[in-house]
Design a protein around this ligand. Structure first.
Ligand code: GLN
Length: 449
């Protein structure tokens, strides 16, 4: 059924870079055979899942949306996809993304444009636009994305689905192609909170192959869901003051305000909280993330793997030509910014300063979480925009105003649909939890939903 659905809607939506139909059918038949033989099957047995094409899948091309990895077939499996396979999930395909996860609309993919299923003239958000659109269009039950500055939550908001970014270190990054390693985190897309919680329970957990992986026990996040917030004692919810007013689409503000009223009706105590350094998130991120990216992307040199320019006559020219042809504009822009901000004369002025602001943002959150359990704000200051509409990088960067601080502080965040604007486009409500506060965050999201 899922493969039929993909065939029917994919020409309009374009979520996938590769569809693994044959493998999926085989995997599904194996599950059927197990059931017929009375064998035990995993919790995710037979569940169709799509994976963002920046997670390595052994034997299946993994392009990162880049020409430089056009023919890259990983010789190993990422930890998350390994875990999913062990739980019986069926991979239906690898989804489109902004090249190396750099972008907010999936328009930076070197291969194709993905369209928003609610209005195909609009973008699905990004960088995990393909994974969000695939879930919204019913091309899979759940999917995985990666979130460095909002790339799960922002497309979830634009596509009207649930997108969850876990605490930094909760899900192994082994086999996730690195963009900005101190910020990258893998997480689920789904159509309801319970599916998100179940999927996270299966992909989270300590992994010795990722040096930043946390050694914590992973609960069954969906085990104790309650329909309201009263039975667990008073839940305190903080509205981040700085995320309302100027710069926010009035219809987004209206939908989010209504959602907060609903949380109050469910029994939550509402507080107004100030996070004064929140607004320095974007400026800090666009120094820290490109700095890390410029180092991480040094490995695409035409020697080890990926594209190689065959016409160059010297080693240096081979490096230059390979990278000139293999990387797109946005990736080159970030490599240049990162190389600059890390260079000897500028390190203190830019990189070090950005790290200091990162600490201030973290402290704002720590202070806030002494007063409340969860913080709420819009996920994105707007709804899905038209393809081609944001043609300057700065206006594109501004879409991540509300999501970036959460990555800088390493916190869990979830985007939940909370209504529509006048064009019938979905609006997302972001809830932010404490470090390792996933259980409570899911519970509140579940009660709201
Ligand atoms: N849109 C942000 C960027 O362009 C975030 C991307 C992400 O989370 N991978 O970097």
């Amino acid at each position: 059924e899922t493969l039929d659905r993909i065939q029917a809607v994919e020409p309009d939506v374009n979520s996938f870079l590769h569809i693994t139909a044959d493998k999926a059918l085989k995997q599904a038949q194996q599950v059927d055979a197990k059931i017929a033989a009375g064998e035990e099957i995993g919790m995710l047995a037979g569940i169709p899942i799509a994976i963002k094409d920046n997670m390595c899948t052994k034997g299946i091309t993994t392009t990162c949306g880049s020409k430089i990895l056009e023919n890259f077939v990983p010789p190993y499996e990422s930890t998350v996809t390994q875990k999913l396979a062990e739980a019986g999930a069926v991979l239906v395909g690898k989804t489109n993304l902004d090249e190396f996860a750099m972008g907010s609309s999936t328009e930076n993919s070197a291969y194709k444009l993905t369209n928003n299923p609610w209005d195909v003239s609009r973008v699905p958000g990004g960088s995990s636009g393909g994974s969000a659109a695939a879930v919204a269009a019913g091309e899979c039950t759940v999917s995985l994305g990666s979130d460095t500055g909002g790339s799960i939550r922002q497309p979830a908001s634009f596509c009207g689905v649930i997108g969850m970014k876990p605490t930094y270190g909760l899900v192994s990054r082994y086999g996730l192609v690195a963009y900005a390693s101190s910020l990258d985190q893998i997480g689920p897309f789904s159509r309801n909170v319970e599916d998100s919680a179940i999927l996270l329970s299966h992909i989270a957990g300590y992994d010795p192959k990722d040096s930043t992986s946390l050694k914590v026990d992973i609960p069954d996040y969906a085990a104790n869901f309650k329909p309201d917030l009263k039975r667990r004692g008073q839940v305190r919810i903080g509205i981040i003051k700085e995320t309302f007013g100027e710069g926010i689409d009035s219809q987004v503000e209206k939908a989010v305000t209504k959602a907060i009223e609903q949380l109050q009706n469910l029994g939550a105590e509402i507080h107004v909280i100030s996070c004064p350094n929140f607004r320095y998130g974007i400026a800090s991120y666009y120094i820290i993330a490109p700095s890390e990216a410029s180092a991480n992307l040094a490995r695409y040199d035409g020697v080890k793997y990926g594209l190689r320019d065959e016409e160059a006559e010297s080693l240096i020219s081979m490096y230059n030509r390979t990278r000139a042809h293999g990387f797109g504009q946005e990736v080159k822009r970030r490599i240049m910014i990162g190389t600059y901000t890390l260079s000897a004369g500028y390190y203190d002025a830019y990189y070090l300063k950005a790290q200091k602001f990162r600490t201030l943002i973290k402290e704002d959150f720590e202070k806030a979480f002494r007063q409340v359990d969860v913080l709420v704000c819009p996920t994105v200051p707007m709804t899905a925009f038209k393809a081609g509409e944001k043609d300057d990088p700065l206006s594109m960067y501004l879409t991540d105003l509300m999501t970036i601080p959460v990555n800088l502080a390493g916190l869990p965040g979830i985007s939940i649909p909370c209504g529509f604007d006048d064009n019938g486009l979905p609006v997302g409500l972001q809830m932010i939890g404490r470090v390792l506060g996933e259980e409570q965050l899911f519970q509140i999201a579940y009660a709201y939903e």
